[in-house]
Design a protein. Structure first.
Length: 143
């Protein structure tokens, strides 16, 4: 799958599936040998089952979770999305009990695609900013 239109469609469908909170639908875009890194996770995600669990975990902690695809860059068989996540912290997430805080976090994810499925990803996002919104870190200094 190196066609840019197919990768753009994949990116938009993936965001739509996340916003529908459909863990099975999100996981269908990932290969059985998928490996994913996330700065907010201590372990590597492996396979569609881990992807389903991650979606469920996130939507339990932030039941109104919503992603906006801010930018999309495609090169070869890879694409990068810049995204903004919004929602209300109503359940335990990252071992943090619910705060009721409305949160916003920005991030980027690199996806590598093989045979039409995502087989590698690397997600980098503003974990510190989210922890600040939970009240667990002091405000960043103004420079």
């Amino acid at each position: 799958m190196s066609d840019q239109n197919q990768l753009a469609t994949l990116a938009h469908e993936l965001i739509d599936a996340w916003n529908a909170h459909d863990a099975r639908r999100v996981s269908q875009y990932f290969s059985e040998d998928y490996e994913g890194e996330d700065v907010g996770l201590a372990t590597t995600l492996r396979g569609p089952r881990d992807v389903r669990r991650m979606v469920l975990f996130n939507t339990l902690g932030i039941p109104d979770l919503n992603f906006t695809l801010d930018d999309l860059v495609i090169q070869g068989d890879s694409f990068v999305i810049s995204w903004t996540m919004r929602g209300t912290h109503k359940g335990k997430i990252m071992n943090v009990p619910p705060t009721g805080q409305r949160i916003t976090a920005r991030g980027m994810t690199l996806y590598r695609v093989r045979d039409g499925l995502i087989h590698r990803s690397r997600r980098v996002w503003d974990v510190a900013g989210m922890l600040r919104q939970f009240g667990l870190l002091p405000d960043a200094p103004v420079l």
